[in-house]
Design a protein around this ligand. Structure first.
Ligand code: COA
Length: 327
């Protein structure tokens, strides 16, 4: 019987995005700090970023992106099993952003929690959701990356404040019985190296009194590690699935910097048309960057059902990871 060859997989059934209305171009940033469009474009590929208005918090934006993903999938809020929110910029220390979003969506039966893995948070979230779905704990998980880095940027530090933006992206994963060549998450690989914790961090938290709360980054150090670590994560994904770069339809990388994106693409030998780039429009939106890039590729018709997508990200921790997904 054909049924016995079916596999239980976490399948992407919906995707949603939310970007704040306010857009700041590099020229706008140059009015605020000593920088220029030329410097930013040449070093990073960034041309503009979205900055949140006061009401556009991680919970607000995450709920909007999540609602759109659920609508696309046609899943009623009350049928949702769980919500995972990857964020470094939650509205509050608790309740978790995920639980605020549960209320906003009316997802009465869902449990939820936040996950802290900086820019790799969405990949970490996919991995946790995949395990929960394959274990049968729930049948649907909304994974949201939502960030308001504009609130933790140090506008006295021109080397970091021009690099980041705000936004949210969400995917709905649901359990499906599929054939081996069918859709779903094929693998996730997660990594961390806490000895590199001081090259990219936020210098405060709610548990610390009277401390500022700003992002600090030693950009050159991060750059030095990024391409090799990401290429390693991507190669591990390919090896585990007995694939080569030629099998990948689209690389959906973390959108931190055009030079890092190009570096990974080059190491894999992928032509530009098979690499998704949104850093020019969104800048680095941390945990929101991969789902925002994926949503944009789907909306543009570049990412289509049946295609094999390789997602990767690296961020503070350092943490990094990859996910192989057939749409
Ligand atoms: N505008 C204009 N000039 C700037 C500037 C800005 N926003 N920021 C820095 N500069 C200047 C510096 O002052 C320095 O000037 P100097 O040579 O006169 O001292 C010069 O540009 C070079 O600075 P440096 O920091 O060495 O630049 P860089 O070539 O390393 O580029 C980054 C800086 C941040 C773009 C780069 O290191 C990078 O992309 N790192 C990875 C960051 C990243 O993606 N992190 C996220 C991972 S999740």
């Amino acid at each position: 019987m054909a049924e016995q060859f079916l596999l239980k997989r976490a399948v992407l059934t919906g995707i949603g995005a939310y970007l704040p209305e306010q857009i700041l171009t590099n020229e706008d940033m140059a009015k605020r700090v000593d920088t220029s469009d030329d410097w930013i474009v040449e070093r990073t590929g960034i041309r503009q970023r979205h900055f949140a208005a006061p009401h556009e918090t991680a919970a607000y934006m995450g709920a909007e992106a999540g609602r759109r993903a659920m609508e696309q999938a046609g899943l009623k809020p009350e049928a949702l099993g769980a919500i995972i929110v990857a964020t470094s910029t939650p509205d509050q220390a608790f309740p978790a952003t995920a639980v605020r979003i549960q209320a906003a969506l009316g997802a009465k039966k869902a449990f939820g929690f936040d996950l802290s893995a900086a820019c790799s948070g969405f990949i970490y979230g996919l991995s946790v959701a995949d395990a929960m779905l394959r274990a049968g704990q729930v049948r649907s998980v909304l994974i949201i990356g939502s960030e308001v880095y504009s609130r933790i940027l140090n506008f006295e530090d021109r080397t970091t404040c021009v690099l980041f933006g705000d936004g949210a992206g969400a995917v709905l994963l649901e359990t499906r019985e599929v054939e081996k060549a069918g859709p779903g998450l094929l693998s996730t690989h997660l990594y961390a190296d806490g000895t590199l914790g001081d090259i990219l961090y936020v210098d405060g938290a709610t548990g610390q009194k009277d401390k500022p709360c700003h992002l600090v980054m030693h950009g050159r150090e991060v750059f030095r590690h990024a391409v090799n670590l990401l290429a390693g994560a991507v190669n591990d994904a390919l090896a585990e699935n007995s694939l080569t770069p030629a099998d990948i339809d689209l690389l959906v990388p973390h959108q931190a910097n055009r030079r890092i994106i190009d570096g990974v693409g080059k190491k894999l030998g992928l032509p530009a048309e098979r690499v998704v780039v949104t850093v020019d429009k969104h800048a680095n939106t941390s945990a929101a960057s991969v789902p925002l890039a994926l949503a944009s590729a789907v909306a543009e018709g570049r990412a289509k059902p049946g295609q094999l997508l390789l997602l990767e990200a690296l961020g503070g921790g350092l943490t990094w990871g990859s996910a192989l997904l057939r749409l």
